[in-house]
Design a protein around this ligand. Structure first.
Ligand code: ATP
Ligand code: MN
Length: 455
């Protein structure tokens, strides 16, 4: 029996003068007097393979002549170097077997289809060049994430998805409950208390960092905020490293090393995908990524950011004032127009940040950092954590948080407390940034957002 090769290995190894089986979906078919060109893709890589079927081959009329876009087929034949200018590998077909035909209502028959339309047929969009490219890059970035942290001695931790703590009120939460309609006594609920889907694994991550040294999580995260934007999902994936004996400077360095590593990994392993995405969606994608990978990130304090915004002469919808959170328009101005590269903003006013961030000596700001990138805005949020028991407790009181809800979190500050830091990277935001896609709904398989969970 002839061996099946995936198209990726055929192109990568330039397999030629060899018999092979190819299985995949028909991208296009062109018939002529002498026979047909069948272009096939099997999802293994960006590149298709051209297959040349002579009219005389067995079963030409019953199979090849009837093929249409989207049919699944198995082709057997010889791999040869093509005669043309580009010496690509192609197949000289000996036999063609139709595996699955395509009915007339196949929505992807036309070559050009909009991203909006493809969201309506999310179950089929992985067949397109765009989604093949995006999801191969997404895979590579997930793999690179594990490699990056593993190589640096971090341990991969899975924090709970069902949780009773609201992690700082990072976002609005989805309730998890088995109570019947009309019942509202949560002490009778499944867990004997109110529970939710996690908005972050940070607090649990901190407990393990203060035992294992350095951990990272990489898991689903849920926020029921009503944000119908191109950068928010109700269900997204977050990577949260947390490290003991680590201050804000170490944390910022880790964040920039990690982002640069992701970019380098994608450039080395997904260049054809990036080239395709560049051609289709973002003309300077590769040049920009190269630039970011080779130059240091900008680092400014929140106070400096507000000054830059106010001296910019630019009219914003909301003026930046010290003490209020940076708006998306501010973040994008800083990253896109002012610096035109990733910017790390540190030391935000304590009142706009979570209770667990370490208070600076000025008593007004905390050791927070956000990483902003062109095209996306905030991609990472992190901080050095408050490691002093009394200071943490008084912050919690100021913010009306109940001590008994966080007793275990507070205890970490009683038993061998250490300076420690961490951050959260929104995985889809990173995928957007590196693929150049402008809507977060196009970088996750089945996006969840207000009024949409239909697939
Ligand atoms: P934003 O201000 O953009 O809503 P945030 O400040 O609420 O984000 P954090 O709580 O700091 O976000 O979460 C850490 C990271 O998780 C963010 O930097 C971002 O990359 C990502 N993230 C947060 N909320 C979402 C969301 N709804 N969909 C996708 N990614 C998100
Ligand atoms: Mn944030």
């Amino acid at each position: 029996m002839t061996r099946r090769f995936i198209i990726k290995e055929i192109h990568q190894q330039k397999l030629k003068d060899q018999k092979a089986v190819i299985k995949g979906w028909v991208k296009s078919v062109r018939t002529a007097k002498w026979g047909a060109f069948i272009v096939v893709n099997d999802g293994s890589c960006q590149r298709d393979i051209q297959c040349v079927a002579d009219k005389d081959i067995e079963g030409f009329e019953e199979t090849v002549a009837k093929l249409s876009i989207g049919c699944s087929i198995a082709l057997t034949g010889n791999l040869v170097e093509s005669q043309g200018r580009v010496k690509a590998i192609e197949m000289q077909v000996e036999s063609c077997e139709l595996i699955g035909g395509v009915s007339e209502d196949y929505p992807l028959q036309k070559k050009a289809t909009s991203l909006e339309f493809l969201r309506e047929v999310a179950h089929l969009r992985s067949r397109t060049n765009t989604f093949g490219a995006v999801f191969r890059v997404r895979h590579a970035l997930a793999f690179a994430t594990h490699k990056f942290f593993n190589d640096r001695g971090f341990y991969y931790l899975n924090t709970p998805i069902i949780t009773s703590s609201d992690a700082e009120g990072a976002g609005d939460m989805f309730r998890v409950s088995t109570l019947k309609k009309g019942e509202s006594d949560y002490s009778k609920d499944y867990f004997g208390q109110e529970t939710f889907l996690c908005v972050s694994g940070q607090l649990e991550g901190e407990t393990f960092a203060q035992g294992m040294g350095a951990i990272y999580t990489f898991g689903p995260t849920f926020r029921s905020e009503n944000s119908n934007t191109a950068r928010h999902l109700a269900e997204f994936w977050m990577i949260e490293p947390e490290v003991a004996f680590f201050d804000l400077e170490d944390n910022a360095q880790l964040a920039s090393d990690y982002l640069k590593y992701l970019i380098s990994y994608a450039m080395e392993n997904c260049l054809e995908e990036l080239e395709f995405l560049q051609q289709m969606y973002k003309k300077d994608l590769i040049e920009t990524l190269n630039h970011v990978k080779d130059s240091p990130f900008e680092k400014i304090t929140y106070t400096e950011a507000v000054e830059i915004l106010n001296n910019s002469g630019k009219k914003f919808e909301y003026q930046a004032t010290w003490g209020s959170d940076l708006q998306t328009e501010h973040e994008r101005f800083l990253a896109e127009e002012h610096f035109n590269k990733p910017v790390i903003v540190t030391d935000y006013p304590k009142d706009i940040k979570a209770f667990y961030m370490k208070l600076n000596e000025d008593g007004k700001t905390v050791r927070a950092m956000d990483v902003l990138v062109p095209g996306v805005g905030e991609i990472i949020g992190g901080s050095q954590r408050e490691d002093d028991y009394e200071k943490l407790l008084s912050r919690m009181k100021e913010m009306d948080l109940k001590e008994e809800d966080y007793w275990w979190y507070l205890e970490l500050r009683k038993f061998g407390s250490v300076p420690h830091s961490g951050f959260g990277l929104g995985f889809e935001r990173a995928v957007m940034y590196i693929t150049g896609m402008s809507n977060i709904r196009d970088v996750i398989a089945y996006p969840r957002y207000p009024n949409n969970a239909k697939f």
